[in-house]
Design a protein around this ligand. Structure first.
Ligand SMILES: C[S@@+](CC[C@H](N)C(=O)[O-])C[C@H]1O[C@@H](n2cnc3c(N)ncnc32)[C@H](O)[C@@H]1O
Length: 229
């Protein structure tokens, strides 16, 4: 696939599959997906509380952070994304709204945070852009940076809920490629989340959109870590 290379050490798929399309990301999501609904349902599941430290993996243009932090201005939000281009867009979007978020750039390796620092973590429309090894690595890293008892919320493409949804999802696969999206199509994200160490992993809902079935998954980092018992 024609995936662009950037300053980060790792190759990645930009928000809309190709770097030159990134400027149209927000408009495309608005047109192709029920944006208000899927983002609000994500943040409703996250339930940000005052004083919590909350982490978004793959913040993109900052749309989820804008909703979450306006809903809970006394929580602290942190974001990590690999693409400097979306960081610029997110930075100016949040600045215009007077929202303060720590937006970091990811180098594709270990997350730049200590162990067990976040109360909650979430990620939206990111894992279908990661190859299988990177999916596993990033779920393990999210697990590491969450506090025991911490909650993970994922919103991403999942197994199509009917034949039409499966057909529609080829649109996304043509842009983002088949390699990184196949595990999503097979409904394997919960297995990756479990393998990273999370308990109580489940699909908690879905929305059928014009371009596929968007699913919500949750997991919890147990209060007792297995190898410490
Ligand atoms: C489809 S966009 C989703 C953006 C945002 N979360 C949203 O809900 O609109 C996918 C995002 O994942 C980021 N991304 C892709 N590969 C990544 C990687 N290996 N590590 C971190 N972020 C990555 C892209 O830069 C992009 O911002």
């Amino acid at each position: 696939m024609n995936h662009d290379e950037h300053k980060s050490e790792k190759k990645f798929i930009p928000a809309l599959g190709y770097d030159f399309l990134t400027a149209w990301y927000d408009a495309t999501i608005r047109i192709t997906m029920p944006e208000k609904k899927f983002r609000n349902e994500l943040i409703n599941r996250l339930k940000p509380e005052p004083l919590e430290q909350i982490f978004e993996f793959g913040y993109g243009t900052g749309a989820n952070l804008a909703i979450a932090s306006s809903q809970s201005p006394n929580s602290s939000f942190f974001g990590l994304d690999i693409d400097p281009k979306v960081r610029e867009i997110a930075f100016s979007k949040l600045k215009d709204k007077d929202i303060l978020v720590d937006l970091q750039l990811y180098n594709g390796d270990i997350f730049p945070y200590d162990d067990a620092v976040f109360d909650k973590a979430y990620s939206c429309l990111v894992f279908h852009q990661l190859d299988d090894e990177t999916k596993a690595h990033c779920f393990r890293e999210i697990y590491r940076v969450l506090k025991p008892g911490g909650k993970l919320i994922i919103g991403d493409w999942g197994k199509a809920k009917n034949r039409w949804m499966r057909m529609a999802f080829y649109t996304v696969q043509l842009l983002d490629g088949f390699k990184t999206t196949t595990a999503n199509v097979k409904g394997l994200l919960p297995d990756y989340i479990r393998e990273a160490g999370f308990s109580d992993v489940q699909e908690t809902g879905f929305i059928n959109t014009r371009i596929g079935s968007f699913c919500y998954y949750e997991g919890t980092k147990s209060l007792k870590i297995k190898n410490q018992i």
